[in-house]
Design a protein around this ligand. Structure first.
Ligand code: NAD
Ligand code: UDP
Length: 339
């Protein structure tokens, strides 16, 4: 049992990870400024697990907030989810992204160093891979400069953490490169709660299915893929959450900085996702084809063998589970946590 600080723990992936950690009998301390989440998610996490966690409303950019946490709780490791994640918004307000994601991470790492806490799991993204790589993407492939500012912040923080670990061998850092997280906890009590018009495919589909939006726009049907639409590696958020526990166990044992892909290793096209959603849930999803979205690649899916071999992690859920669970959450919470 360890004391784990989870930054951004009230958010989509963070709240699912809180469940995994509490169920593994860890003590959980969440720091979140609630800029893209609600404390309701954490109430439900505690209801589901019948365990309590500590919630601190605060900001990773505020070193006083951080120092107080490290002083008051004997933190053993940090899982760092906090940050902004909307690709389109990052093009409009880059400084907010650099501030939250890069400065915020620097402030966190400095506070960790001061408190002599050297174990960190960082939320990175498959977007750090060079677009010229051919899928399946593995961790030894070249990284590139992402075309958007959000992806750029992930690349910078990855590289910064690598250099920090290189300079001081007390550090033990996991860079988890997520592919496309979707789905929700089986209970339908916690899930993804996007504010405004969703950018991502899955919440868009569920909002069309529930009648909040008229139809799905499929961005591009002329890619060189099985049916012309873009291919991605969708990963159930509960599987993604369990990867954090595996990475934490690994990092409490090994030193240095290392990256792992977290994906199923399977690619599915947008049309396959839409059609399977309709079949699994018996709900129509009206759609239209629209022009390609700028910055999208045709195909991106993982080689996840490193995570399987080194972390002992594996994805338990397939596409049908992801789509059933996304719909279960949306159906039960048409307005997310605002009901
Ligand atoms: P989310 O927005 O649901 O969760 C992020 C949480 O961080 C929110 O609760 C938000 O309120 C909080 N936060 C933001 N800035 C903060 C700050 N300065 N101080 C304290 N809290 C702050 O997003 P998510 O989907 O759960 O993503 C979690 C992490 O995983 C993010 O770093 C994201 O970039 C990364 N990631 C997400 C995806 C995805 O598709 N969801 C893919 C790859 C990587
Ligand atoms: N997509 C789409 N319509 C949407 C949102 C996404 O056709 O409203 C496509 C997008 O072009 C990509 C896939 O769905 O091929 C996954 O996009 P998402 O934004 O969810 O994740 P990304 O892989 O871009 O991070």
């Amino acid at each position: 049992m360890a004391n784990i600080l989870i930054t951004g723990g009230a958010g989509y992936i963070g709240s699912h990870t809180c469940i995994e950690l509490l169920e593994a009998n860890h003590k959980v301390i969440v720091l979140d400024n609630l800029s893209n989440s609600s404390e309701e998610s954490l109430r439900r996490v505690q209801q589901l697990t019948r365990k309590t966690l500590t919630f601190i409303e605060g900001d990773i950019r505020n070193s006083d907030d951080l120092n107080a946490i490290f002083t008051n709780h004997a933190i053993d490791a940090v899982i760092h989810f906090a940050g902004l994640k909307a690709v389109g918004e990052s093009q409009k307000i880059p400084l907010a992204y650099f501030d939250n994601n890069i400065s915020g991470s620097i402030t966190l790492v400095k506070a960790m160093e001061k408190a002599e806490v050297f174990t960190l799991v960082f939320s990175s993204s498959a977007t750090v891979y060079d677009e010229a790589n051919i899928s399946p993407l593995n961790e030894d492939m070249p990284i590139g400069i992402p075309s958007n500012n959000y992806g750029y912040t992930k690349l910078i923080v990855e590289q910064m953490l690598e250099k920090v670990a290189l300079a001081d061998d007390r550090w033990s850092i996991a860079l988890l490169r997520y592919f496309n997280p979707v789905g929700a906890h089986k209970s339908g009590l916690i899930g993804e709660d996007p504010q405004g018009i969703p950018n991502n495919l899955m919440p868009y589909i569920t909002q069309v299915a529930v009648g909040m939006r008229e139809k799905l726009s499929i961005f591009g049907n002329d890619y060189e893929t099985v049916d012309g639409t873009g291919v991605r590696d969708y990963i159930h958020v509960v599987d993604l959450a369990s990867a954090h526990l595996c990475a934490l166990n690994n990092r409490l044992t090994y030193k240095g900085c290392r990256a792992w892909n977290v994906g199923t290793g399977n690619g599915h096209s947008v049309l396959q996702v839409k059609n399977t959603f309709e079949e699994v849930n018996g709900i129509p999803v009206p759609f239209e084809f629209a022009p390609r979205r700028s910055g999208d690649v045709a195909i991106s899916y993982s080689d996840n063998s490193r995570a399987r071999e080194e972390l002992g992690w594996e994805a338990k859920y397939g596409l049908n589970d992801m789509l059933a669970d996304s719909w279960n959450w949306q159906k039960k919470n048409p307005k997310g946590y605002r009901d």
